[in-house]
Design a protein around this ligand. Sequence first.
Ligand code: C5P
Length: 241
Amino acid sequence: MPAEPRDRLIVALDVADLAQAEPLLARLQGLVTTYKIGSQLFTSVGPAAVECVRKRGARVFLDLKFHDIPTTVAGAVREAVGLGCFMVNVHAAGGSTMLRAAREAALEAARTLSVSRPLLLAVTVLTSLDRSVLQRELNVPLSVEGQVLHLAGLAKAAGLDGCVASPQEARLLRGAFGREWVIVTPGIRPEGSGTDDQARSLTPGQALRAGADYLVIGRPITRAPDPAAAARAVIEEINRG
Ligand code: C5P
């Protein structure tokens, strides 16, 4: 669990290019310490996205959800370590050999480069999937919660640090996997902000009380008229616990 309240906030940098990212980073400088870079920005500008955050002294959660054969995922994780990422994720559904390969690659690359190892997180069941998709399309006979626990267990056994989870799943995961398991939750909406397309959101305080270590928040901050004020309000709420 991070020591500083502000280090528990991860702002989702869901923008198309550096021209949109730079002004946001400038407005949030000194306030936000961690950013999530996902498929859109990374596909658009590549490693320059990570460099642009890191050169401002902030940390990067590289949210590319690697899911491939073990060798390929290991290679991708190695590159992420080389970019100096603070957090990286992979799909637990890639299986335990892939998960162990990801962990080994993170450890080995960090050792070779003499840098700290990124936190390696698992993605379990995407929140866009519900029980009927799991059962009818993916042929998974479990409930969403059952499958989340199953896949998180696989990730833990393979030595991963934690998982990305909906705030609704945080309590269950914290109970099942204990204090050391890192839980990162998107789907957060501060009191009074709209829900956008997040169907079942919790406030920062609710998510923390449910057991989240880190909160991923995008649009309520990035699209606020005053992003710094919105970020400050979330950090204050994190501070209150
Ligand atoms: O703007 P908003 O706060 O909804 O952004 C949330 C971020 O977290 C987005 O980058 C989204 O892709 C990601 N995310 C999510 N729900 C998940 C997993 C990731 O909203 N279950």
